[in-house]
Structure formats: structure tokens, C-alpha cells
Design a protein around this ligand. Structure first.
Ligand SMILES: *Cc1c(COP(=O)(O)O)cnc(C)c1O
Length: 416
């Protein structure tokens, strides 16, 4: 056996809320002008009330509405796969499992929250969503979800990606979204996630029919992603494993990592590991502080590890990991020592991604390559120690729209 599948009727019926396990480690978001904790009314122009309630909820479980489960069933439960050929190539006694989130319509984990956010906005009477996207992963997930719930979607795409990576724009337009390059008012500027968030927040704040949607970082986004870890825990048992020794995920804003790891937080025997690029080392080199989520300083201040909201990371290929800040939940876990963090340069990442492709077959997203790099290193440590460790990681997305990055690696044009 190398794949464990759950039947369609086993999509989780509730999301797992880790907040009760964090105690007072989670500091409240502050209003950008007054620097007082934000209340529901401050967020109401941007988000529907259900999502605002989830953002601050301390309920241990939150029921998933039926219409969301119906859409998730288009591709969930996703497979749990054992990477036996990678194990053999590494000659390791470790057993390596991954949760394959690349099988979603948009090719990553991001639709797990996009579908929930589109549902709550549509059922709350909103007609239009504005959002940002870097290379296009989040924009395509929200465009897909918007199409299924009848919402108009406007995507502000980082200009450099808009010009260089047309395929995800075409995907978004195929699902009916309208896509413009950001920053909208500076046509020569290459843009960044921070400028695109500013554009999208401004759009949503200026129109009554429009809300804003964020693809990572916030508590409700990580909450929606916990279906990954909940399914994985059940599938590991089917595979005969009591628990993983370590759970690994790449970390940009923290949503796929949170999704796979948060259900394991209460089990102290399970190590949790975040992997980030050394060119945007938020968790390993950032400061824990209140900071804005965007360049213009329009968003609430979040307590998180940050490199500063005006930090512009180098143009590495893992666009989804180029964010100056991090999820407050992930930041709290790292700060308390419950989660570890490690950073790698991009050549090490592509070496690992290519090794995976040449053993397991599939070509991963450059973001996912970060997790695989750390998995390989953990498996080699297990080999040295002669220990049968169980490694679980999140295969956050496929790389079939990132082939220019592989081309650069294979032709020695990558810079670190
Ligand atoms: C967006 C993205 C990431 C990074 O975002 P997180 O919120 O940290 O999960 C990782 N992998 C893929 C494939 C992505 O699209």
C-alpha cells in the first residue's frame, strides 16, 4: 500500500480551532490609527460577520456548513501518500507520508479557505470580492470559489508576475475573475504582495457591495485549512501509524502549515516544523512585534514575526513564501517553542524538488519544495540515528505552472 483514501462522506464536519490551546499567547489585532484592539465593527466593511466571529472564536470545534462540504467534496478527502520510492532513494528507515493538496481544482491547498470565504460572503449578501495575488495561487483559488457561489471577483496581481506569468491570469479569467496589475497607480512599479493588499483593501473599503478576502495569515484562514490535518490523522491510523514523529510544512503566511499541524498541537510527542526561504526568513530572523499586513499601513496591526512591512523580499521563485510577516498563530507557536523553524536557500529547494520528481514522479510547487528539503534532511538524520521515524508533510501544490523556475534551475540560472 502506498495511498490511503477516505470515502467522500468522510470530509470533516467541523474545523479544529487551536486557539483554546494557545491560552493568552495570541495578542489581539490593533486598529491602525488608534492602536486599540480592533472590534467587530472595525472589520465589518471588509469581512462578513461569520468570519469575524471565527477570527476571535474560542470554541474548540466549528461546524462546517453543508454547502461548503458539498464543494470540498469535488476533490476532498485528498489522498495520504507514502513516498516509498523517495525513502528507498535515501536509504532511510524513516517512513515518509504526505497529504496531497495538489489535487484541488486550483492545484493547491488554497481552495480549502477560498470556498469557505466565498460561501460566507455570498450568504451574507455580498456581491463582489477584492483580493491580491502574488504569482496567482490565491487569486486562482478565490476565482474558482467565486464562480461556484456566484460572486464577482477582482484580483490585484503583483505586476512583475502579471507580466511574466500569464498562465495563472488566464486560469483566473477562465473562472470569470477580472485581473489587474498592482500597484494600479504606479505603472512602472514591479509591485509586491504588500502593494497588492493595499490596492485590494482600498477597493473593498470604498464599495458597499464588496468585501476583501485574504488567502493566509488570519486565524479563520488557518481554521479552514485544518481539514488537511484532520483527514491526515485519520489516514495515518489507516496506514497503521499511531502518530507522526514530526509534521512539516512550508511557511509563507502559515496556512498550509497550520492546516496540517494544528490538530497535532495538543500531542506533545509530535514535533512541528516550519520551513521558509532564507531570502525571506520571517520566523528564523524576524522580530516578534506588532506590524501592518500591507505596505501602506491600512490593515490592522498583527502580533507576529515580521521583517518589517516595507521589506521587499528578493524575487525568488517560491512567490507564495515572499511575505514580510507570518500568521499570529504560527508566530505564537514558534515563540513558545512548540514549533521549530528552519530556512533554506532556493538552490537546495530545487535540488530536493527535482529529487522528488525523479523518485515519486510529481513536480511540486517551489513552495512545496521547501517542505520536501526539510523532509529529506529529517529522513537522513533518522538514517544516521538508525531510527524508524514517521514523517508527515503537506504537499501544498503542484508546480506545473512554475516550470520556468525549473528551467532556471536546470540551466544554472538560479540566484540565491
Ligand atoms: C500560497 C502557497 C503557499 C504558502 O502559503 P501558506 O499560507 O504559508 O500556506 C505554499 N504552497 C503553495 C503551493 C501555495 O500556493
Amino acid at each position: 500500500m502506498n495511498r490511503w483514501l477516505l470515502p467522500q462522506d468522510r470530509v470533516p464536519e467541523a474545523w479544529y480551532n487551536v486557539t483554546p490551546h494557545l491560552g493568552d499567547a495570541l495578542a489581539p489585532p490593533l486598529h491602525p490609527a488608534t492602536r486599540q484592539p480592533v472590534g467587530p465593527d472595525d472589520l465589518a466593511p471588509l469581512f462578513p460577520m461569520e468570519l469575524i466571529a471565527q477570527e476571535v472564536s474560542t470554541e474548540p470545534w466549528i461546524t462546517i456548513p453543508g454547502p461548503i462540504i458539498d464543494v470540498l467534496r469535488l476533490w476532498r478527502p485528498t489522498p495520504l501518500v507514502r513516498a516509498r520510492r523517495l525513502e528507498e532513494a535515501l536509504d532511510t528507515p524513516a517512513r515518509i507520508y504526505f497529504k496531497d493538496e495538489s489535487v484541488s481544482p486550483a492545484g493547491s491547498h488554497k481552495p480549502n479557505t477560498a470556498v469557505a470565504q466565498a460561501y460566507y460572503n455570498a450568504s451574507g449578501g455580498v456581491q463582489r470580492l477584492a483580493t491580491e495575488t502574488g504569482a496567482g495561487q490565491w487569486g486562482s483559488a478565490l476565482s474558482f470559489a467565486g464562480a461556484l457561489f456566484g460572486l464577482e471577483v477582482k484580483v490585484y496581481m503583483v505586476r512583475a508576475s502579471y507580466l511574466q506569468k500569464p498562465y495563472r491570469r488566464v486560469l483566473m479569467e477562465t473562472w470569470g475573475a477580472s485581473v489587474v496589475p498592482s500597484p494600479v497607480d504606479e505603472p512602472e512599479h514591479p509591485g509586491s504582495l504588500g502593494t497588492a493588499i493595499s490596492d485590494a483593501v482600498r477597493d473593498a473599503a470604498s464599495r458597499d457591495d464588496t468585501h476583501y478576502a485574504l488567502g493566509s495569515v488570519l486565524n479563520h484562514v488557518l481554521l479552514h485549512q485544518t481539514v488537511i490535518g484532520l483527514e491526515a490523522r485519520e489516514q495515518l491510523q489507516m496506514a497503521g501509524e499511531e502518530r507522526p514523529d514530526v509534521v512539516i510544512g512550508c511557511c509563507g503566511g502559515g496556512s498550509n502549515l497550520g492546516g496540517i499541524s494544528l490538530p497535532f498541537v495538543p500531542d506533545a510527542a509530535v514535533r512541528l516544523l516550519a520551513v521558509e526561504p532564507s531570502s525571506c526568513p520571517t520566523l528564523t530572523k524576524g522580530a516578534f512585534d506588532y506590524d501592518f499586513g500591507d505596505v501602506a499601513g491600512l490593515t490592522p496591526l498583527l502580533a507576529m514575526y515580521t521583517l518589517g512591512h516595507d521589506f521587499v523580499p528578493p524575487a525568488i521563485h517560491a512567490g507564495g513564501l515572499r511575505y514580510h510577516g507570518d500568521s499570529p498563530i504560527i508566530s505564537a507557536l514558534v515563540r513558545s517553542g512548540r514549533m521549530e523553524a528552519v530556512a533554506y536557500p532556493q538552490k537546495d529547494i530545487f535540488e530536493a524538488a527535482v529529487k522528488f520528481a525523479r523518485t515519486q514522479g510529481t513536480v511540486c510547487a517551489p513552495e512545496t519544495g521547501h517542505a520536501i528539503r526539510a523532509v529529506i534532511d529529517e529522513a537522513l538524520v533518522a538514517k544516521e540515528a538508525g531510527e524508524e521515524r514517521v514523517i508527515l508533510f503537506d504537499y501544498s501544490g503542484h508546480g506545473l505552472l512554475d516550470l520556468s523556475a525549473y528551467d532556471d534551475f536546470l540551466n544554472d540560472r538560479l540566484i540565491d
